[in-house]
Design a protein around this ligand. Sequence first.
Ligand SMILES: [Zn+2]
Length: 312
Amino acid sequence: MPGPSAVRARGVPLILGAAAIAAVGVAGGVWWWRDSGVPEPPPKPERPSLSTPAPGTTPVQRQAAALGPPIATQAEILAHRTSAPTMFRLDANPRIFVADFPNLDRQGAAFNRTAALVEKAGLPRDRVLDDTELAAAIARTGDTPGTYYYGHNYRGRDLERFFALAERDGIRLTAEEAWLRDEVARIRRLVPAPAEFAVVSVPGLEERVDAAMREAILQHEIGHGHFFADARFAEHVGQVWRETFTEDERAAFRAFLAREGYDPGIEEVMMNEAMAYLIFTPDPRFFQPAHAGLTDDRADRLRAALREHAPR
Ligand SMILES: [Zn+2]
């Protein structure tokens, strides 16, 4: 997801204070906080430690590394603080993997080139940009490598395609991309093809990311994870997008998302983002119904339709 709307200079007040957040709550947003979080499951005694094991120090650690990323709840990931990229496996859906980064810059170093390949507007869908081309593409949007997206989400097979194209084209990977390539390979051993998995990401707290933003980013990206890793939910989202949204509403969402840098020609990205912004983004700095030309009442109707089969 891109940064807060205000940062992107579209006429939204620069800082939305507590009053604005409270107003959104009164207008119907309060249920986000109550309902849309992933429910806490009973403790799992066999759950591996939250700290990423150094590969191969002891037999137990080697076994943990072979089993894959530590399983964690959304709340545990949210509370996690890291100085190095760390992969988690979401307990609520074991096909959703969450990459936690120390900050926006290191997250961008891992994922910006994939964003350019998969869904950023006006860029090639069939080859990977080199460092110079990527820097130019980011500069054209008025962003920096840190702010190109505030959070990322991809299907496993899109990441695998990215790394295959990068190798074909002789692109030198960043350290973070090399880390991600190894993580994706490790995850694929846990989720063999043709099964699908999702990798989403969240930045740590820093001057551009406060606690409410980190929470909203994580929630938003996990929403995408459900879309990628739960075919029934994705089918439902598609049906609501085609049958409940009006043509004008779809057009308004495409225009909003195009302003945010997404390729409006990719219909799946449009429905996936509309869904994630409407029901998984509890921070008005990132999304308000008016951004997509919706009244609060109409947004609530669309939310209700989307939530009918949304994972809890
Ligand atoms: Zn999104």
